[in-house]
Write a protein that binds this ligand. Structure first.
Ligand code: ARG
Length: 588
């Protein structure tokens, strides 16, 4: 049968083994097809591991088979004919090893080159998702944790968007907490004319926050005024609302600088947005009998947690949890999202687990956590400094994210100048490359680790051109582009007229890795693990290096085919960069 490649190689192989198992297994025996990519150095490209398990199910039932190897043989024999398959054989106690046809592999890559890499996009069973990320708190510090959330969230959004999911990128800013009482009162004290207060007048909003906090903690009169201010703000007093809006606006300008540098787009729907809906949502939970009184507060008791989830404070006010429950209700019912992903540090895991559980109890979500509508908390670890403690800069105990990004860019520019690039390139080219490399380095250093682990922030390491860094990968891509340029061939013409061949082992290994792109993105996306894609990208550049260090491209008899392979590698690398939010460079 001719197999139309959907992009997901593993899925295609699974389909073949599914069909084979249906023929092999006696009617009524239920088995789940187990297919895995073979480890490097092992025979075959994919392996089906069903024979042993199947044997233990059928051996007591008068089967014609005599042990697992025979079951394996049958699985192999019953594999439908497919142009994908070169050979299929059985090893050891019944491992069925499938070798893909190099010809088919080459043809599939050629097809991608012509039809575009989007034809390899995964398809997910969801139409619309919310990614709730970045989400700093107004006037409080936007710390490195928020940088992590911004970087990880953006990548997840990009992977979902690539998979044809409509993504609502949400900035759930903390713009409604009790801190506003003291901030507003402090604003009134410092400035008689609050209307005309500007960013420059306040200066640093974080310092402003600290000053007001000091006053709040030391001056009882001020504290009382601040507490009253919260009530007036939440009651809708126009003067307080105006002052609140002013503070939010100044914060927003600050945040925008980070987003603009990182080229991250997201839409602010802060905590205040959900405020008008909270009472109704709490009312719904109450009518379902979920809410109880406890020490003057209103709470939801949840199985498996030793504390209840507080949804109304003893003073009648709402909190982080009531807002999150309401935002979830809104996202499910008003925005019709089928998958809602929250990106914050792991420290907030309990909060998420608890309100997810409350939502399940209310019947808003299915009981099983992998069925849709689905919610996920994407937690991440701390960013550490060289001293192994929470990352801080020399001068202050908060890290100004903008400064951090600027420094990465400056350092990468210095490195380019040291290599004499300022003499070869225009100032714009130099600046653009420094920016792509500097910001790319910060992003990649964050994304390449399993997000749950802490990582150490180190400029020298992330900006090194050796090892698993963005710099190394960006340079690798640029070198491929320069080989194609140097050949003097029109690559679009080659795509139409020339054939790709994967005759040599290094060519084939590279080709196979290219074909595994879609299954990798799908895995990274479904498990919400960007490091899976980073790992793939690094591997890809290593396979490319193995190929290129052995085989001549320009001037060889295989030149056309090899240029196509170079181009396919560059295309896939660029897609990886794009999904990771990194701008590729073409010259180095
Ligand atoms: N503002 C919170 C913080 O800075 C993060 C909000 C995350 N999103 C949410 N829906 N709770 O810690």
């Amino acid at each position: 049968a001719s197999q139309e490649f959907t992009g997901n190689l593993k899925r295609e192989v699974e389909k073949l083994f599914d069909a084979s198992l249906r023929l092999t297994v006696p009617d009524g025996t239920c088995v789940e097809t187990e297919v895995a990519a073979s480890l490097p150095g092992k025979p075959g490209d994919y392996q089906c591991n069903n024979a042993m398990g199947l044997w233990s199910v059928i051996k007591g039932k008068g089967t014609q088979f005599r042990g697992p190897p025979a079951v394996g043989q049958a699985i192999s024999k019953n594999l439908p004919a497919s142009e994908m398959v070169e050979t299929c054989s059985v090893a050891g106690p019944g491992f069925v090893n499938l070798v893909l046809s190099s010809k088919w592999m080459a043809k599939s890559i050629e097809k991608m080159l012509i039809d575009g890499i989007d034809t390899w996009a995964p398809s997910l069973p969801v139409k619309r998702a919310v990614v709730d990320f970045s989400s700093p708190n107004i006037a409080k510090e936007m710390h490195v944790g928020h940088l992590r959330s911004t970087i990880i969230g953006d990548t997840l959004a990009r992977m979902l968007e690539y998979s044809k999911v409509e993504v609502l990128r949400r900035n759930h800013v903390g713009d409604w907490g009790t801190q506003f009482g003291m901030l507003i009162e402090y604003l009134f004290e410092k400035f008689t004319d609050t209307e005309s207060v500007t960013e420059t007048a306040i200066g640093d909003l974080q310092t402003f926050y600290k000053e007001s906090k000091t006053k709040f903690d030391s001056d009882p009169d001020f504290k009382e005024k601040a507490q009253k201010a919260v009530v007036r703000l939440q009651g809708g007093d126009p003067i307080y609302r105006k002052a609140w809006a002013k503070i939010c606006e100044i914060s927003r300008t600050e945040f925008a600088k980070v987003y603009q540098r990182l080229k991250v787009e997201l839409e602010e729907k802060g905590e205040s947005f959900y405020n008008p809906f909270i009472a109704n949502v709490i009312g719904e939970l109450d009518s379902k009998g979920l809410i109880e009184e406890s020490e003057g507060a209103r709470v939801i008791f949840l199985e498996g947690f030793n504390i209840p989830l507080m949804v109304v404070k003893s003073d009648g006010g709402f909190n982080y949890a009531s807002t999150d429950l309401t935002a979830l209700w809104y996202r499910l019912n008003e925005e019709k999202a089928e998958w809602i992903v929250y990106v914050t540090d792991v420290g907030q895991q309990q909060h998420f687990n608890m309100f997810f559980k409350a939502a399940r109890k209310a019947g808003w979500l299915p009981d099983s956590d992998k069925t849709y509508p689905r919610v996920d908390h994407v937690g991440f670890g701390l960013v550490l400094g060289e001293d192994g403690k929470r990352f801080r800069t020399r001068s202050s105990d908060v890290v100004r994210l903008v400064d951090l990004l600027d420094e990465a860019k400056t350092r990468s520019k210095t490195a380019l100048i040291e290599r004499g690039k300022d003499k070869e390139w225009t100032p714009e080219e130099l600046d653009k490359t420094a920016e792509a490399v500097g910001y790319g380095a910060v992003k990649y250093a964050d994304l390449k680790n399993n997000r749950l682990t802490n990582y150490t922030f180190n400029f020298d390491q992330m900006l090194s051109d050796k090892g698993n860094t963005a710099v190394y990968l960006l340079y690798a891509h640029a070198r491929i582009c320069s080989i194609i340029r140097k050949s003097g061939k029109d690559i679009d013409e080659l795509k139409k007229t020339e054939k790709l061949a994967l005759d040599h082992p290094e060519e084939r290994a590279l080709g196979l890795h290219l074909l595994r792109f879609a299954e990798t993105v799908e895995e990274a996306c479904s498990n919400l693990l960007p490091n899976v894609l980073c790992h793939y990208l690094y591997d890809l550049s290593e396979r490319y290096t193995s190929f290129y260090s052995i085989h001549q491209v320009i001037g060889s008899p295989e030149e056309a085919s090899r240029l196509l392979l170079c181009e396919a590698t560059a295309v896939v690398m660029r897609k990886c960069f794009h999904l990771l939010g990194i701008t590729p460079v073409y010259k180095i």
